[in-house]
Write a protein that binds this ligand. Sequence first.
Ligand code: SAH
Length: 385
Amino acid sequence: MDTVIISPRGARRWRRGHPWIYRSDVEHAHAPAGVVRVEDSHENYLGQALWSPPSEISLRFLTAQDEPVDADWWKDRVAEALALRDPEHLNATGFRVVHAEGDGLPSLTADRYGDVLVVQLLSAGLEAVRDDVLAALEAAVAPKFILLRNDTSVRRHEDLPLTIEEIRGPIPELVQAVEGAVQYLVAPHTGQKTGTFLDQRENRIMMGEIARGKALDLFTYQGLFALQMGKVTESVVAVDSSATALEIAAKNAELNALDNVEWVEANVFDLLREYEREGRRFDTIVLDPPAFARQRSAIDRALRGYKEINLRAMRILAPGGILFSASCSFHVGRDRFFEMLTSAASDSGRRLVLERVVGQCRDHPVVLTIPETGYLKGAVLRSAD
Ligand code: SAH
C-alpha cells in the first residue's frame, strides 16, 4: 500500500480528533486516489486515510489502527452505522444510514427511503473504492433499489464528474416513505439533497406533537412540517417559492387524506410583509429557510435575512403561540443564531420564552471535534404575552 507523509501540524490535527488533512500539510505523496497509509516524517504510523490528489482536503482519515481497510472493513463500519439507527424502532422508513464524518466514514452519505437507498460518494479517495463501499451498503441495508446521487457540486473540488446513476433499478420516479404519523412521497432522482431533508425528521415529528390552532409552515418544500401539523391542527398555510416542490406537497396531502392544508406559491419575504400588513395571526409558525450563508463571506447578509423573517414571524405570532425557527447554515453557528433571535425578539417587542433548543436529527451525528458534521440548529419559542 502507498504511504503519504504529513507534517507535524497535520498529525496534531488528527490526534486532536479531526480526520481532514489539507494539501498544505502533505509533505510527500506519490499515489493514485484511494486508501493509503499515513506516516509522519519520522516514519511513525498515524493511520489510514482516503487520499484525494486533486482536493484541498487531501486526506480523510478512516482509522488509526493498523488493520486492513478492505471490503470487510467497509461492511463492518456500515453495519455499525446502521445498527446505531435501530431501524426497527425508528417509526420512519426515511432516514440517514451514513452521515459521512459523523459516522467515521468520511465523504460518504447514504439515505434510505423505504426500498430505495440513495448514496453520495463525495471524494476522489472514496470514489476509488466505490465497489467495496457499494457492496457494504448492499450487504447491510439490502435495499431493492440503489441510486447514486453524485450530482452535487462538492464533487467538482475532487475533479469528479457530476452524475446520477442507477446501480440497482429501474427506480420509480416517486417512492413512498413514512415519518411518524405521516406518509410521504420522495423523488430520489430530482429531489433536493438525496430526495428530501431528513435532518429535520425528529423536529417535524415534534411539531406534530406541539402544533395547534392555525399553523403556518414557511419554506415547506414538499410539505413535511405542514403534514405533521395538519394532522393535529385546525388548518395549515404552507409556503414555498418552488411550484414543483408544491406539486409533490399537494400529492402528499392527498396521500394522508388531509384537506386542511393550503399550499401557497410565494416568496416568504414578500408574503410575511403582506401578512403583517393585513394583521394576520398564526398560533404555530415553522420557519425553516434554506442555507442563506453558503460561504463565510455571506454571513452578515445571511444574518440580516434570518433576522428579517424571524422578526416578521414574531410579529404575526398569536399570543401564546409557538414559533419553531431553524437555520441550516454551517457558517452561522449556534451563538450567532441565538444572537439573531434575541435581536429579532427585542425589535418585535414580544416576550418570547425559549422552550427547547434542538439540532439535527440523531441519525446525522455531530462529532464534537469535527464541527463540520453539525450545521442545523433550531429553537422552539413560545410567546408569553
Ligand atoms: N422545511 C422543509 C425544507 C425546506 S428547504 C422540510 O422540512 O422538508 C428550503 C425551501 O425553501 C426550498 O423548498 C426552497 O424552494 C424554498 N425557498 C427558498 N427561498 C425561498 C423564498 N424566498 N420564499 C419561499 N420559499 C423559498
